[in-house]
Design a protein around this ligand. Sequence first.
Ligand SMILES: Cc1cc2nc3c(=O)[nH]c(=O)nc-3n(C[C@H](O)[C@H](O)[C@H](O)COP(=O)(O)O)c2cc1C
Length: 219
Amino acid sequence: MDFLYQVTRPLLFRLDAERAHDLVTAMLRTAGRTPLLPDLIRVLYAWEDPVLAVEWAGLRFANPLGVAAGFDKRADLVDALALLGFGHVEVGTVTPRPQPGNPRPRLFRLPEDMALINRLGFNSPGMVAVAQALRARRSRTVIVGVNIGKNRDTPLERAVEDYAATFVALAPLADYVAINISSPNTPGLRRLHERDALEELLRELMRLNRHLPHPRPIA
Ligand SMILES: Cc1cc2nc3c(=O)[nH]c(=O)nc-3n(C[C@H](O)[C@H](O)[C@H](O)COP(=O)(O)O)c2cc1C
């Protein structure tokens, strides 16, 4: 693993950060569909031990290590990431309608700080495409969270409608739902932290949640 990282990192760092992401995820996708390779990857990388299990909100995670939102915005890497041993994958952020996000370049490496500046701006294929991808999943072993947001061109006064539409489309296909009101890359989004706006949003999502056959934890 260490060797693999030492060899691939310098090569990937020659590419623009987003191109490197696209390349690696395309390889992951292909590996997940190649006969026998998934079993090999699982044996090499996944570590199963009941001592690692974690419970949260009635969900049982095989281990506490998950992939945060932003890596798999299309929800088509869930199975491949599960093979690598992650206990959960949070897909998204997903917006109701497809949107391209900010113009490239929009990801910047800060190698000295071992950090990355992200200005993606909710590039999303939209909730319909993500719903399709979640329905097409083969394995059901890993916990899947769906992280939802609003479209950039939806006025803030109508933000609740965006979250509600995405919630209705995707919550039934996920184990939990995360509400993204913190991205600095969608103008005004953080105003949803204000008490009245947040109460209105949470009240509506909890109302919709009660109508599901199995209500989902909301984070
Ligand atoms: C390139 C990139 C894209 C991200 N996109 C999202 C996103 O779409 N939605 C979200 O809720 N968080 C997003 N995040 C934030 C991550 O989910 C995570 O919270 C953040 O990277 C902090 O975790 P870390 O310290 O393990 O990196 C993104 C982060 C990065 C680096």
